[in-house]
Design a protein around this ligand. Structure first.
Ligand code: BGC
Length: 921
């Protein structure tokens, strides 16, 4: 028997052990942050061998995992009590803690699995078991889907904008429910309701994919929404990308003409029995209050047409029509893998005033994507019109010319029953300003609220400096990402475009991965890219590809290279090897296509292409000689993507292919040099982009890199420290300057405020990245309204340089996914401090520095199970201290070297505080 004394004695022993551990710095080892595939506790995923990731905590520096043990059970009790485990990995000697493969027995369909993990570390400690988390499989077996496709009966108006149909079905729940899942997909968009409650908070479901090849379904845990007795389920459908207007040719019905719903509600009762409610001919349909909706055009809603209680039991649907059972569309259903689109922010008006043209203007202070929530009272039948715009014209009125054919207008007709609140359902707008016409009374700050919507990606990066303009630039980049990562990476959110432009996504992908967790988001999009790639290897301009049957819009240098560059980037930043493996055939196919298109001299002369899109052009008299030929750009990308395929092949253990692509890369590089490079280091037309691409892609002989860098720097200086680059040159411009010993010039260019520059738009009040350097010209006139978005992220690709150089956080090729990193912040442009952090797959990596009075202080935080090379520029080992002590011998420091004028320190996990007296740069 345990007496009170033995308990006290035991706790005393425990206390002594803990204190001893604290005193010796031996804080306990812990495991948390468990994830399966790209999410924590995902439900409805279809990976047959899901991958597990976890994070380790340790109070001591320099902790590495040496082994792990994973356990999977069908219940938490299984795990806690032991016995009956579904899978036990046993103690596995490995340092892998990210994307660890499941290696147990085959997983069943629609089943929840619980799991936990514990780890051993380099100091021979073992952690406690992690908290128990779970994942749930979706409908993974071919026979799992028994529901039929249903929709409203076909009418001649199917191809026209028409009211959103409501579909419903009443059903009985026979007794207490243990668990219930709804599996749902649609042709068009759907909003699901159960017993009068909107199910989940996901928007724009089932998402946008290459619908004819891959159609996503969502899984919802609806256990809490059911009750024994009478129940009802319903869905409202909208045109969305499926059959609404899409693309700049004014087309609709790109994927089909008829809306449809497929739904399966699986109910498991407490007594073990099972019921399944499915879409079938017993469902009924009627039109609802959404009179029309369109992604570009906006939504019209008549609250008088609401059918109160339509998705609840007891609703009288005798006058509703039976649905039609549709033919099964030829596509593959796949579980959603990207974080869903949600409402992510609300914005309050910063100004409300009368518009010169009548109506009330609400300024939300920030350009973004979403809509306005309207709160009003008034008489039935009053219609309020909300128009949306990004900027105001010179008269202070809405500027809408740049929206082209996109109407961006919502209309709400009141039902006249007290306070009414309205948000649109199946549209989104790119805007900062809302103009309301027809408001029944005076407006105040609660009349309109901005609702920002976006793929709900976790913020992973922070970046801040002592320069407020740079901080605004960073915020503008993040808003650009938030605005345009809406289920697919779009070019812009406002005009009749909003498409998954490959080039834009490619150049921005690395920056995107600093700011947010884009692993699942891009994994989804890349699956569509591969699905839409044609058999010759051509990658379409936009993914999902909507120009399927028309002209062949694709196969363009710098755009189609998204097929290679993004998987490689994701492998580098997340260590996602399986994604690389999945995409490898697509990567190769694109590179082989380019190779076939190149001449026997290995120069690809593609004729017209986008080239260095939106660069300052030679035909502009102020920019003589600024245009880079498409031959040079296409051949540079051919070389670069071939190089990356070779590297990917090496990572995937395909040694022969790695060697083949590597030698092909060298041959293309030599051809590039013969064709475009002079012995004196002149590249192509002597443009900034020509130098930037050639240097960044490693295409120049070592002996002339410095000369080429000098020529690039000369051109930048000759233009008064201004850039001339477009979509392809801009992302690599600063990297090539700082990489060829022109760091001060790179800083000067970054902080240039006069046009053209990154900061010029900020001096004009920009709150997002502009598509063009001169969206609003210095004389306040607008660029060509045919193409003048104020929310395009491509030029925001400079964020990558800021994180890596000012913040100092970078990858090290020795360990993908920041298993090994490099911390080497640079000082310049009069900055006195900067801090950056990144949630890596292993945990938080952070760097914060300040420079004042000849002192340089750098704080570094390293996640457990990783290491980094820290570089302190321009100082000597004996002038550097860590936490007040000399470097040699400080805990966690694995190596210290003086390399020329710089000190290079290798550290393990933990927090470090370096200080040094250093020469100014
Ligand atoms: C889009 C771009 C895209 C470009 C290609 C534009 O209309 O907005 O961002 O990359 O076309 O030419």
């Amino acid at each position: 028997m345990r007496t009170r004394r033995t308990v006290r004695a035991a706790s005393g022993v425990w206390w002594i052990a803990l204190t001893a551990a604290r005193l010796s710095g031996q804080a306990p080892l812990g495991v948390n942050g468990l994830r399966v595939e790209y999410q924590s506790n995902p439900i409805g995923i279809d990976a047959a061998r899901p991958r597990f990731s976890w994070r380790i905590t340790s109070g001591t520096r320099n902790t590495l995992q040496t082994a792990y043990q994973l356990q999977v059970g069908l219940s938490t009790a299984n795990l806690v009590r032991g016995g009956g485990l579904f899978w036990d990995s046993g103690r596995n000697a490995s340092d892998a803690s990210v994307f660890v493969d499941y290696a147990g027995p085959a997983l069943a369909s629609h089943t929840r699995y619980y799991w936990r993990v514990r780890v051993w570390d380099s100091k021979a400690r073992v952690s406690a078991w992690s908290p128990i988390t779970y994942w749930e499989t979706g409908l993974t077996q071919p026979g799992d889907w028994t529901a039929q496709w249903v929709g409203p009966a076909s009418t001649p108006a199917d191809s026209l904008p028409s009211p959103s149909p409501l579909l419903r079905r009443a059903f009985q729940v026979k007794g207490p429910v243990r668990s219930a899942r709804a599996y749902v997909t649609s042709l068009g968009l759907y909003e699901l309701h159960l017993n009068g409650t909107r199910v989940g908070d996901q928007l724009f479901t089932p998402g946008w994919t290459s619908y004819t090849r891959r159609l996503q379904y969502q899984t919802y845990d609806v256990t809490a929404l059911l009750h024994p007795g009478a129940n009802a389920i319903g869905a409202m459908l909208g045109d969305g990308w499926y059959r609404g207007y899409l693309g700049f040719f004014g087309q609709r019905n790109i994927y089909g003409r008829r809306l449809g719903l497929r739904l399966q509600l699986d109910i498991r009762y407490q007594d073990g029995s099972i019921d399944r409610i499915t879409t079938d001919g017993a469902w009924k349909t009627a039109s609802g209050p959404v009179l029309s909706s369109d992604i570009y055009g906006g939504e019209s809603y008549d609250a008088r047409s609401e059918r109160t209680g339509w998705a609840g039991p007891g609703f009288d649907d005798h006058d509703w029509s039976p649905v039609s059972v549709l033919e099964q569309p030829a596509t593959t259903l796949v579980a959603a893998m990207s974080p869903p689109v949600r409402r992510v922010r609300t914005l309050r008006p910063i100004e409300i005033r009368r518009l010169p043209s009548g109506g009330t203007l609400f300024d939300l202070g920030q350009n973004f994507t979403g809509w306005a929530r309207l709160v009003v009272r008034g008489t039935a039948g009053t219609t309020i019109t909300l128009r949306y715009a990004e900027v105001l014209d010179r008269t202070g009125d809405l500027y809408t010319a740049n929206l082209r054919r996109a109407g961006q207008t919502d209309r709400y007709t009141l039902k006249g029953e007290g306070e009414e609140r309205y948000e649109p359902h199946f549209t989104f707008h790119g805007f900062r300003y809302v103009a309301a016409a027809g408001l029944p009374g005076p407006a105040d700050s609660s009349t309109i609220t901005g609702i920002a919507v976006s793929s709900d990606l976790a913020q992973t990066g922070t970046f801040e400096t002592s320069d407020s303009l740079l901080n605004r630039l960073q915020r503008n980049i993040v808003w650009g990402e938030r605005s345009n990562f809406l289920d697919v990476p779009t070019d812009c959110p406002q005009r009749d475009e909003r498409l998954g432009w490959t080039g834009d996504a490619q150049v921005f992908s690395r920056t995107a991965a600093f700011n947010m967790d884009v692993a699942g988001f891009f994994a989804k999009w890349l699956a569509d890219l591969a699905a839409d790639q044609d058999t010759s290897g051509i990658v379409p301009w936009v993914i999902p590809n909507l120009f399927r049957d028309s002209v062949h819009f694709g196969g363009t240098a710098g755009w189609s290279d998204a097929a290679v560059i993004i998987p490689w980037t994701l492998y580098q930043v997340y260590g996602d090897r399986r994604l690389l493996e999945r995409q490898y055939p697509s990567m190769r196919a694109w590179v082989d296509y380019m190779h076939r298109r190149a001449g026997t001299d290995l120069i690809w002369r593609p004729g017209w292409q986008f080239g260095d899109w939106l660069a300052l052009h030679s035909d502009d008299p102020s920019y003589p000689g600024a245009t880079t030929s498409t031959d040079l750009i296409a051949t540079a990308y051919l070389a670069h993507s071939t190089d990356l395929v070779a590297r990917a092949a090496a990572v995937l253990g395909k040694a022969d292919e790695a060697a083949r692509y590597q030698s092909r890369f060298r041959a293309i590089r030599d051809a590039f040099d013969r064709e475009f490079v002079s012995g004196a280091g002149r590249v192509g037309e002597n443009t900034q982009t020509a130098y930037a691409l050639a240097i960044a892609f490693g295409l120049l002989p070592d002996s002339i890199v410095a000369a080429a860098g000098n020529r690039l720097a000369d051109d930048v200086r000759a233009r008064g420290v201004h850039l001339t680059t477009g979509f392809l040159g801009t992302p690599v411009l600063l990297h090539t300057l700082s990489g060829t010993d022109h760091l001060p010039l790179a800083f000067a260019l970054l902080t240039q405020r006069s046009y053209p520059s990154w900061l010029y738009p900020i001096t004009r009040g920009a709150t997002t990245m502009w598509e063009r350097w001169d969206g609003i010209r210095p004389d306040s006139s607008f660029e060509d309204p045919g193409m003048n978005s104020f929310n395009h992220y491509a030029f925001g690709a400079v964020g990558d340089w800021m994180y890596r150089n000012i913040g100092g956080i970078d990858l090290d090729s020795a360990g993908a996914g920041y298993k090994r990193s490099r911390i080497a912040p640079r000082v310049g442009a009069g900055l006195t401090s900067a801090r950056a952090s990144l949630e890596t797959p292993y945990g938080t990596l952070a760097s914060a520095w300040s420079a004042a009075g000849g002192q340089f202080v750098l704080d570094v935080t390293m996640p457990v199970n990783t290491s980094a090379t820290v570089i302190l520029w321009g100082t000597q080992v004996d002038r550097v201290q860590e936490s007040g002590r000399s470097l040699n011998g400080a805990a966690g420091i694995r190596d210290v070297q003086q390399r020329g004028n710089d000190v290079v320190v290798v550290v393990g996990s933990g927090q470090y505080h370096f200080s040094t007296t250093r020469a100014p740069e």
